[in-house]
Design a protein around this ligand. Structure first.
Ligand SMILES: NC(=O)c1ccc[n+]([C@@H]2O[C@H](COP(=O)([O-])OP(=O)(O)OC[C@H]3O[C@@H](n4cnc5c(N)ncnc54)[C@H](O)[C@@H]3O)[C@@H](O)[C@H]2O)c1
Length: 344
């Protein structure tokens, strides 16, 4: 595989492969850009089908962090890491200490945090051997509640733009994935009077959510066929693709998952179908915004900054309408401009 020729490589500053035989650690750390500051982005643990799949995932996620941090007005660069393996069987104290040592190798060019299958306890173990982690308990803590809040506000901005209304009462939202963020998003939506349709691979989470939010449960694949106003992808990426796109009846796609579009061209396809797409790294920036307050934590300031996601999305939507171009491309252009101007 020619790494430098991969479309997802996209000029990464550094890609580091880490392994530790004793703990079974196999990880990839990708630093896309440190132009605005040290790279910051979470660590994902996943049982990838191949090392190549893990590499593509970390490269796409890492680049997304560069754009996310720039658009959120943070003086942070973009990076991400993945630990390859089954989180149910491979997690151990030794594994996260080895991961922490791997972070030490980058000497502060990259700070890691929670992402899929990585908890604050895992990060706390890494933190015993490295200072290069963030989102730690006792400081900014778990980013998920802030990601959920930002996503909820992003859904409100999307509804304002698409339907010209401020309240969500009676709207139908299909939520795919009820993990750390998706579950809390459901809580916000339920409290706002939304009718929820939900799916997840975890039956007990589904049962809890169905009870708590009076939600309709559908099968994993059925989620794309639902007659809803909004589809909120909150599991893994690439769920908007050639197979699912023709099935989606929602007028808005707005969820917290990273890398929702299988390919950039699906952004144009969404525009043609009249579906308003909330660019993933803009709507899901609440967690990283909260993490940016790590060393001087102030929850109220954090919530205020997270609420800017509403206006940022409206700004993107207006520009996209005027130019009749996809929202994702508009967001990318805005992010690149911010990076070019040193964060302004
Ligand atoms: N945690 C954060 O603060 C944060 C911030 C920004 C973006 N994100 C992104 O949001 C998404 C969710 O993150 P999370 O922290 O809630 O992760 P999580 O691991 O807590 O939750 C993911 C959920 O999706 C479910 N799931 C997995 N595959 C599924 C499938 N095929 N169909 C339906 N459900 C499925 C899992 O069972 C789990 O409940 C990820 O894409 C993540 O990268 C998270």
């Amino acid at each position: 595989m020619a790494l430098f020729d991969l479309p997802d490589f996209d000029d990464h500053e550094q890609v580091v492969y880490c392994s530790d035989d004793a703990s079974g650690l196999k990880a990839i750390i990708a630093v896309h850009s440190t132009k605005l500051g040290a790279a910051v982005g979470g660590c994902r643990m996943w049982d990838y089908a191949s090392d190549e799949e893990a590499l593509i995932d970390v490269l796409r996620l890492s680049k997304g962090m560069t754009y996310k941090n720039a658009m959120a007005g943070l003086k942070m660069g973009g990076g991400k890491s993945v630990i390859i393996g089954d989180a149910k069987t491979l997690k151990s104290e030794a594994l996260f200490k080895a991961f922490g040592e791997a972070l030490n190798g980058l000497n502060g060019r990259y700070f890691s945090a929670e992402d899929v299958n990585i908890t604050t306890s895992d990060i706390a173990i890494a933190n015993t051997v490295t200072p290069f982690v963030t989102g730690t308990e006792g400081k900014s803590g778990n980013p998920a509640p802030f990601t959920a809040l930002g996503t909820f506000l992003g859904i409100k901005a999307s509804v304002k733009h698409k339907f010209n209304r401020d309240d969500l009462t009676g709207l139908k939202v299909a939520v795919q994935g009820l993990g750390s963020v998706g579950y809390l998003l459901c809580e916000h939506l339920h409290n706002a009077g939304v009718e929820l349709v939900i799916t997840d691979i975890n039956q007990s989470t589904l049962d809890n959510a169905a009870n708590e939010f009076n939600a309709k449960v559908v099968g994993l694949d059925e989620i794309y066929d639902q007659d809803v106003d909004i589809y909120a992808p909150c599991a893994l990426g690439a769920t908007i693709n050639d197979q699912t796109l023709p099935r989606i009846k929602a007028s808005i796609i707005a969820g917290c998952a990273n890398n929702q579009l299988a390919e950039q061209r699906h952004d144009q396809a969404l525009l043609q179908r009249g579906i308003l797409y909330a660019p993933d790294y803009v709507i899901n920036a609440g967690g990283i915004i909260n993490v940016s307050f790590e060393n001087n934590y102030d929850m109220e300031k954090s919530r205020q900054k997270v609420s800017n996601i509403y206006d940022t999305l409206l700004d993107i939507y207006v520009k996209a309408d005027i130019q009749n171009r996809p929202t994702g491309i508009i967001a990318d252009e805005m992010a690149r401009e911010i990076i070019k101007n040193g964060g302004k």
